[in-house]
Design a protein around this ligand. Structure first.
Ligand SMILES: Cc1cc2nc3c(=O)[nH]c(=O)nc-3n(C[C@H](O)[C@H](O)[C@H](O)COP(=O)(O)OP(=O)(O)OC[C@H]3O[C@@H](n4cnc5c(N)ncnc54)[C@H](O)[C@@H]3O)c2cc1C
Length: 368
């Protein structure tokens, strides 16, 4: 009992800290500056490093607080977490993590390639041993923060017959070229060209790269749902204010049943998704695989966020689609999370496979 209330207190404090930071820093749009602030405020340490691996519940709380208000902060926290976590899971990376902490720097996670998106096992990037390190050739794409990070965790094969391994690559070197790709939501994603890029170390054992990548993505999956909820929460907050203030036909538009329907639908979807996100994160923190529940959390949270952002555009009417409209910004932000870290269609496929193995999916203990 005492343990449960201490835990609830820790979670409340994290929520308040993250929310305060998001409000203070919301005009910091430069992702490197965002990363520095997160290190400075101890958020990266508390959420990602303190327990020796990510605290999934803490990550979900922090991301919900940051995502709708200070998306650059959410991005810097989550992507740095994705980059560092393979080293934490492999248990062999304290020196580079210390270096990143001292430099208050970002870290990127370079898995996706032109011919290996939803199925990273098809990757072609090749690594060869070179003295105490390695050289990597290949092309990665859609790599968040790759042009801003101190280190990239890069996945590549030592030979065509071997399973991929993970490598630690310092961005600033001749063998690494990054090119920013503009996109909906202004998410800084880069194409990365590796031409004999020097990797200073292998992360974990040879052939364990995909296990580390999937293990990392599994820990972060509920937090992508939390990101969606954070975006949706902010959209609902804006919609409510607009529904109270904007008058048509002599009345606030919030008195019309159709507008109320949009608000209620947004709220109910966010409420339900949030419960699933927290349940999945707690199970992961307890060491349960919670794979299907994490897929559900990612899917429900990001879909609820997208729906709430779309509803905000509707509630704002024509003003909702104008350049610079906050509703439009949230709408743009809410699309890509449905795509990345396992597209939502893929999550549905995984849930369907799990469902078909169950007699009664709601039976006690089914999610452990
Ligand atoms: C903004 C953004 C940031 C990103 N950041 C990173 C990053 O930091 N690091 C990184 O490595 N990658 C990153 N990605 C890449 C992202 O993870 C991939 O885009 C994603 O995995 C999908 O791969 P793809 O784009 O090649 O689509 P494809 O794999 O070609 O998929 C296309 C469509 O087919 C569907 N599909 C594919 N397989 C299945 C299946 N088995 N069942 C059902 N449907 C399926 C997909 O759901 C999708 O709808 C990012 C992407 C975006 C958009």
């Amino acid at each position: 009992m005492r343990h449960a209330s201490a835990q609830a207190g820790r979670e409340r404090i994290l929520w308040t800290r993250s929310r305060d930071l998001a409000r203070r820093a919301q005009d910091v749009h430069d992702v490197r500056a965002a990363g520095r602030l997160l290190w400075q405020e101890g958020l990266i340490d508390d959420v990602l490093l303190a327990g020796g691996r990510p605290w999934c519940t803490g990550l979900a709380i922090a991301r919900e607080a940051l995502a709708g208000v200070w998306p650059e902060g959410d991005l810097a926290l989550s992507v740095t977490g994705l980059g560092i976590t393979p080293l934490l899971l492999a248990g062999n990376g304290t020196a580079p993590v210390e270096e990143a902490r001292r430099a208050k720097a970002l870290w990127a996670f370079a898995l996706t390639e032109p011919n290996a998106g939803s199925d990273p096992a098809g990757m072609e990037a090749a690594a060869v041993r070179d003295g105490p390190g390695f050289r990597i050739d290949g092309e990665k794409r859609f790599i968040s923060l790759a042009g801003d990070a101190l280190f990239l965790t890069v996945f590549a094969r030592l030979s065509a017959a071997e399973k991929p391994s993970a490598f630690l690559v310092r961005r600033e070197q001749d063998g690494v070229r990054t090119q920013l790709r503009e996109n909906l939501g202004d998410h800084p994603v880069y194409a990365v060209q590796l031409d004999g890029a020097h990797a200073e170390a292998m992360v974990g054992d040879a052939g364990r790269g995909l296990a580390l990548a999937y293990g990392t993505l599994a820990l972060f999956r509920p937090s992508v749902g939390a990101q969606g909820i954070g975006i949706g929460r902010e959209a609902l907050r804006l919609s409510l204010a607009r529904a109270r203030e904007r008058r048509q036909f002599g009345r606030p538009i919030g008195e019309f049943g159709e507008v109320q329907g949009l608000l209620v639908e947004s709220y109910l979807r966010l409420l339900a998704a949030r419960a699933v996100v927290r349940q999945a994160a707690q199970l992961l923190d307890q060491g349960a695989p919670a794979a299907e529940l994490s897929s559900a959390a990612k899917l429900l949270g990001t879909e609820a966020g997208f729906q709430a952002a779309d509803a905000a555009v509707a509630v704002f009417g024509g003003a909702g689609v104008l350049e610079g409209s906050p509703a439009l910004r949230l709408f743009a932000l809410s699309r890509a999370p449905r795509l990345y870290e396992g597209a939502n269609e893929l999550q549905r496929h995984l849930i369907a496979r799990w469902l078909l193995r169950q007699d009664d999916p709601f039976e006690e203990g089914r999610h452990d």
